[in-house]
Design a protein. Structure first.
Length: 378
């Protein structure tokens, strides 16, 4: 991991500054944050860990950046204005590139976003119109800037050796610095979008204040070209033109291929939409069939429940019948025993009756009977 200081320029935009600092912290990279307040109200920054450089009066964008770099203490520098944002991978991506390749500078890619306040007061993005991307081309850099400052990583000593930003510039000061820096060596391009260059309506955006085609924009470009006129010759223009022509041809070929793919995609999507509609109709029919089957199943389940209830009742009755049969067997045994007992009683009665008859017919009984009568008992 390399030591990095991020210099952030700001002036009276505390809300945007909080977002910018928050986007740096979201990288979760142990970097020094240096905020330069160029003549605005002293900002209050939550969370601590920020070095603040205060200009009592505004010294301009270039001087503000130079003050921040002088206050920085790390070996490497990265840059961010308060209205721009880092994506969470920005610092790790640039640090890996710097550790892997010995170049004079390293840069990634960025998107250009246009924002306006919503009814709620929050900022909302209504367009993303440009992708800053491209391999390093020293000749093209002399003619136009394609490297936004927030995408850049450079050694602090190199920045100071070049005397930093030229304070004669308050627009395109970063482009002028990049041209001077490119004289030191090649830049390493990391083809990954890691930053967002934001242009906020009513937010003091330099780009919106001096849009391309405006007089100020043209004057600022002329100022850069005039300063570096000795380095811009016919070969420079021809080389940049030819390489851009090849890039445009490749981009056009890619666009044609993309258009063909898009047409194929549209045809495929249309076919899939038709097939989807057929499937929807088939699914609808299947749902109707399924609903009918579900109704049948419900009826069969009701019948099954009724049968189970009948089976349960039959089992209960079978148990009762078995109990009654057992009781009946017991009663039959009792009846049989009773009949046997009755028969025995009848036999005993018959025997006793026979015995009585014998007694009544005997002489002894007759004499006993006469005596009793004589006594008056008969």
């Amino acid at each position: 991991m390399i030591d990095v200081s991020i210099v952030v320029r700001t002036k009276n935009r505390p809300g945007l500054l909080r977002e910018a600092v928050g986007s740096i912290r979201a990288n979760q990279y142990a970097a020094e944050i240096v905020v330069v307040n160029d003549g605005g109200e002293r900002p209050l920054i939550d969370g601590g860990g920020v070095k603040l450089v205060d200009h009592e009066t505004s010294r301009g964008r270039s001087a503000a950046m130079n003050s921040g770099v002088r206050a920085a203490s790390s070996k490497f520098l990265a840059f961010l204005d308060d209205d721009d944002l880092y994506y969470p991978e920005n610092l790790p991506t640039l640090a890996r590139a710097a550790s892997a390749t010995p170049n004079v500078a390293w840069y990634s890619e960025a998107v250009s976003a246009f924002l306006r306040p919503a009814e709620s007061g929050a900022l909302e993005t209504h367009a993303r119109l440009r992708l800053y991307s491209g391999d390093f081309d020293r000749d093209l850099l002399l003619l136009d800037n394609y490297i936004p400052l927030p995408t850049l990583l450079v050694a602090r000593d190199t920045y100071l050796d070049l005397d930093g930003f030229d304070t004669q510039f308050d627009l395109f000061e970063d482009w002028d610095f990049l041209i001077r820096l490119s004289a030191r060596g090649d830049f390493a391009h990391v083809p990954r979008v890691t930053c967002e260059i934001r242009h906020i309506e009513g937010g003091g955006s330099i780009t919106l204040a001096a849009p391309e085609g405006s007089a100020r924009f043209r004057e600022a470009k002329l100022q850069v070209w005039q300063k570096h006129a000795a380095r811009i010759d016919n070969d420079t223009i021809a080389n940049a033109f030819e390489r851009q022509k090849r890039r445009l041809a490749a981009a056009y070929a890619d666009a044609v291929e993309a258009k063909g793919l898009r047409h194929h995609f549209d045809v495929t999507v249309a076919r899939l939409e038709r097939e989807k509609q057929v499937l929807i109709e088939e699914i609808g029919a299947l749902h109707e069939t399924l609903n009918g089957k579900n109704t049948q199943i419900a009826a069969l389940e009701a019948i099954a429940r009724a049968l189970r209830e009948v089976e349960v009742e039959s089992e209960r009755k079978a148990v009762r019948i078995a109990g009654l049969e057992e009781q009946n067997k017991q009663l039959e045994r009792v009846a049989a025993e009773s009949q046997t007992s009755v028969a025995a009683l009848y036999a005993e009665v018959h025997r006793l009756q026979s015995l009585l008859d014998s007694i009544f017919q005997s002489r002894t009984w007759k004499l006993h009977n006469m005596v009793e009568k004589m006594k008056g008992r008969g």
